[in-house]
Ligand binder design. Sequence first.
Ligand SMILES: CC(C)(COP(=O)(O)OP(=O)(O)OC[C@H]1O[C@@H](n2cnc3c(N)ncnc32)[C@H](O)[C@@H]1OP(=O)(O)O)[C@@H](O)C(=O)NCCC(=O)NCCS
Length: 175
Amino acid sequence: MLRVRPYRSSDAAAIQTWIRDEREHALWCANLIDYPPSVDALDRKRMALDAEGYGTMFTALNAADIPVGFFAVMRLETRINNAHLGFIIVDPAMRGKGIGRRMVQLAAGYCFHLLGADSITLKVYDQNEAARKCYKAAGFVDVAHNDKSLMFGKEKWGTWDMIITRKRSKRFLSL
Ligand SMILES: CC(C)(COP(=O)(O)OP(=O)(O)OC[C@H]1O[C@@H](n2cnc3c(N)ncnc32)[C@H](O)[C@@H]1OP(=O)(O)O)[C@@H](O)C(=O)NCCC(=O)NCCS
């Protein structure tokens, strides 16, 4: 059982323990959230997303109401009816159990069924194999690659843009 509700500041205490170092932080959020992701850093990001209009942060809870995951709808581009997801993370102690895939499916359900989006995109670094596999398992496909999008120390990270359309989602989202 996985439930999703809007993020609350009290969730930050758990979320900030899920990021164990600066590299993991950069892989997670492309440094679009200040490091470490404190309650203030997450509140600043929530205010910035609020200003986008449709930007919203969500927390996923297990059956005991304990936070086990987090993600954000970053924006809805109404001109092309595309929603963009970001900041997807699962508690390290809970990874590899299908929570990430289920959470992304629930996020997609919100975008398709409540926001009325026709497609959903996200970005993921080449180096993030777990995330790439998770998004593929949820039905996302590659749409474009950017060879150099972030320098982390001496590492050059490329980015995949991935997408799922409303039509394709019908095969993947058992809501
Ligand atoms: C990416 C992330 C959310 C995946 O969450 P998760 O709960 O572990 O993923 P799931 O258990 O649902 O796995 C989904 C699929 O990915 C695969 N997968 C997950 N972790 C993997 C790993 N480390 N290596 C290889 N495959 C992996 C699973 O085998 C599964 O594939 P399957 O459905 O074909 O069996 C999690 O690893 C995470 O929080 N990473 C740190 C934050 C981050 O980098 N977020 C991504 C930002 S773009």
